[in-house]
Design a protein around this ligand. Structure first.
Ligand code: ARG
Length: 401
């Protein structure tokens, strides 16, 4: 039964029609019980799952298994620098949600819990970002499943203008165009939150606006330069990846959005700085009055530093949790130390772990990491990637990849 030798293949190729791989289920259950000695009788659980897979082609995780599996997926996410707190992941079980509205409700609750604005428990926590994963129904072999098209729950639209420029986030331009084809109309500001697209096998496509009260945003200002606020920049508080498949013990959860808090450089050194994103270094450099006539003046580097100072300053001022790359790199080194103490290697991808600015000024630059694809984990499937990039227009666009 199952795919031979899954342990030897670093790249996940998921066949949604194949029955669940018993060996992967067994590996996960053994690991779950080994790390949780109080979890009950392993032999009995293995026997029950074996019978369930043989008779139905799949099996159902207990709430404890799916919760711990999600934490392990985070612990194994080799591109994530923020894994020190993997045990603290808050897992919300929404596997019973079926209709687009039930799913939408779960996504909005996710944002509330992650943002510290959950009315039931969170008085005074607004902006105290909490790592959360909401797990929706697993895929059943050979059956269609529900999904969200968006790559994050919160994203800013990008509008291509007739003169070739883009208003908003250029990374979202094709997706935005596809939303417009589906009837959505944005305000055409640089920071319009895109609608959520929920697709279920029984109900087709449903589009929802994200209510403004669950989207915490931070207006950007600089601790010293008053003109910075005039740029009118902002970013959202919660980066919630929505289109990666959570894989636990051979079971695939195609809809399992998760978030952490931001590290400042993700915004200041990438989203706002990359030439194919908001491309703001020339704007900031000019306002700083830098000599931009030659690369050797390092005007880009100087603009980067001030942009990143503004991001960190603004989130702190707004009371929205964020970390800087020095602190987060030191935490990651601590995570590696703790894991090794527990007898485990930390799978890590150096090119993602090293921050996008001042790499060698952080400790993660100066070492090599163990590269491995360990499950449970998160995977971005090709069709999910294309949907997030192009939306409905994907079929006619693949040549533009
Ligand atoms: N880099 C992505 C962004 O800027 C978010 C990825 C997840 N980041 C995180 N801190 N959990 O939107």
């Amino acid at each position: 039964m199952g795919t031979p030798g899954y342990r030897d293949h670093p790249v996940a190729d998921w066949d949604p029609d194949a029955p669940i791989d018993w060996r992967e289920a067994e590996d996960f259950l053994r690991q779950y019980h080994a790390e949780n000695p109080g979890a009950g009788d392993l032999a009995a659980r293995l026997a029950a799952v074996y019978v369930e897979i043989v008779s139905t082609g799949t099996y159902e995780h207990t709430a404890e298994e799916v919760t711990y599996g999600a934490k392990l997926a985070w612990r194994n996410a080799s591109r994530c620098i923020g894994r020190l707190y993997w045990r603290s992941l808050h897992v919300v079980d929404r596997r019973a949600a079926r209709t687009p509205h039930e799913i939408y409700d779960g996504l909005i609750r996710h944002l509330e819990i992650a943002s510290g604005i959950d009315a039931r428990h969170d008085a005074g926590r607004r902006g105290n970002i909490r790592p959360v994963l909401t797990v929706f129904a697993p895929a059943k072999p050979g059956r269609p499943y529900a999904r969200v098209w968006n790559d994050q729950l919160i994203r800013y639209a990008g509008y291509r203008m007739t003169d070739g420029t883009t208003v908003g986030d250029p990374a979202q331009a094709e997706f935005t165009e596809s939303m417009e084809l589906l009837g959505w109309k944005g305000r055409e500001t640089p920071f319009d939150v895109l609608p959520l697209v929920i697709e279920t096998p029984d109900h087709g496509l449903h589009m929802y606006d994200v209510p403004a009260d669950v989207v915490i945003e931070v207006p950007l200002a600089h601790p010293e330069y008053d003109w910075f606020a005039e740029l009118g920049l902002r970013w959202y508080a919660v980066p919630a990846i929505a289109n990666q498949r959570l894989s636990i013990g051979g079971i695939s959860y195609p809809l399992a959005p998760f978030n952490g808090w931001y590290m400042g450089t993700e915004i200041g050194a990438r989203n706002l700085a990359d030439t194919d994103r908001y491309n703001l270094l020339p704007v900031v450099g000019q306002r700083l009055g830098l000599d931009m006539s030659s690369e050797t003046t390092l005007w880009r580097d100087r603009a980067l530093v001030e942009l990143n100072r503004a991001v960190l300053h603004s989130y702190a001022r707004a009371g929205v949790r964020m970390s800087d790359h020095h602190t987060e790199a030191a935490r990651f080194v601590e995570h590696v130390r703790r894991e090794q103490k527990a007898g485990r290697e930390v799978p890590a991808d150096w090119s993602w772990i090293v921050p996008p600015m001042s790499g060698a000024a952080t400790p993660v630059f100066h070492r090599y990491f163990h590269e491995a694809d360990q499950r449970p984990n998160f995977y971005l499937d090709e069709d999910a990637r294309l949907l997030a990039r192009y939306g409905a227009a994907r079929a006619s666009q693949p040549q533009r990849l």
